[in-house]
Design a protein around this ligand. Sequence first.
Ligand code: GLN
Length: 549
Amino acid sequence: MTDKNQTKYIFVTGGVLSGLGKGVMAASIAAILKARGFSVNIQKCDPYLNVDAGTLNPAEHGEVFVTDDGAETDLDLGHYERFLDTNLTQESSLMTGRVYQHIIDKERSGAYLGKTVQLTSHLCPEIQNLIIHAGKGFQVHVVEIGGTVGDYEGLHFIESIRQMKRKVGAENVLYVHLVYLPYLSTSKEIKTRPAQYSVKDLRNLGIQPDIIGLRCDYPIKKEQIAKVSTFSDVEEQAVIPLPTIKSVYEVPLNLEKANLGDYIVKKLGLKNGEKDLSTWVELNKKVQSEGKTKLTIGLVAKYLSNEDTYKSINEAIKAACWKEGVEPILKWIDSEEIERGKTESLLGIDGMIILPGFGSRGIEGKITAARYAREQKIPYLGICLGMQISVIEFARNVAGLKKANTQEVDPKTPDPVIHFIEEQKKNIYEKNYGGSMRLGAYDCKLKKNSFIYKLYGEEKISERHRHRYEFNNDYLTQFENLGLKVTGINPQYNLVETIEIPDHPFYIGIQFHPEFKSRPYAPRPLFVGLVRAAKIHNESLEKKRQLVK
Ligand code: GLN
């Protein structure tokens, strides 16, 4: 007899190359199932020996995504949240280091009763338990396995998911494998050979895929699908072409075009519900619409080498622009170049964001940029470190505290306007996952007469955090008297969360990260506010240009 409450598992692996968009594929599968009314959870298994993503370098690895419960995770969780519109938890991020840590702790406390602790007998069941636990209570649980099949690094996950078929029943498991088809320009053909080898690798590890996704930069023909089907033993209808597209948000619709939703539902014996893809259809209309006014948003940062470093902020700005019917031009501004006197890059922007960050590199350049935005009345949003920069800039150039700084950069500054609060270590930091920061969701109470209140439309909001230093309340009255207003407070610990300069078209600093809760179809209010202000700025510049003509 089949158990109605049995969770169905969909495992997503990848082959040939890394960076194919497995995260987007996993998230899109979850999204189309959610659009049919199923309850869906999603999880990423990462081969790294890190315990979490907290210490990874965002310039190399991409942003550290933070969940409501304060987990520091891989950026794929950001895709998942944006596609699934759910607030995920620590359970959705399973890094190898965390499993090892758990097993070693158990071994030290004598939990294995004198047995030898081994990969297959102890690590794999532990991984399976963590997968099953995360999927509990959901109809479908999508699990992405990081890395590329065949990597030595990820073998423990592949072996764990192979065994899942027996553990939970073959009828409750599907394996999806994403491969890459290269294009040879000399012979003008798409080659399937590397994909063939990748499927072979997967089979050697005991897994026969049920569905194959074909990533390719060129349109894929029927013959190629047939060929892949023949060598992989996957039905043609389950070989899904995924040519490169303009926006990742097209993927759910493309999967539906290939009828993947129906196929999965049938294969897993789920009762098919009405599907409602209207969110995706609407979003894509906005994304694809042409001829929109272009807005240049300057992003002042220290790392510029990798688009993924500030992934959620990119997505949040784009989403706000889609909502407002404008097209964003994201202009990356190197704060160190500003420091070296190259300030031309600040010219011609319609809005500015000073991005989050750690350490002292590029700080002075960011302070110069914030001053420019304040004095030239450029719409401005300072996120986390960006807010701290605004406070330092105001302290130095308006309050005349020339040596004001954050203790992160200058521990001995005579005016620590941003400082480290010792008691927070015990009260807050130690409650986090081994962290030393204020992490995850905290409440913020907004002042009713503020601009930010108008944007959110409510007094009590909750946003996510990831930082160590705080606004120093000793300077609060002095700064307020000079025109920098504190408009949001964390009521539990009396911490400043938001600042504004009312005598400016749009100048807001926030200690939290609104980007993490922004969705492509529901951008967070602060980004919408910035884009609206940038639009007005752009229009007034346009008018001036007309007058000059
Ligand atoms: N470095 C700052 C702090 O720790 C800001 C962190 C951030 O921007 N996320 O307080």
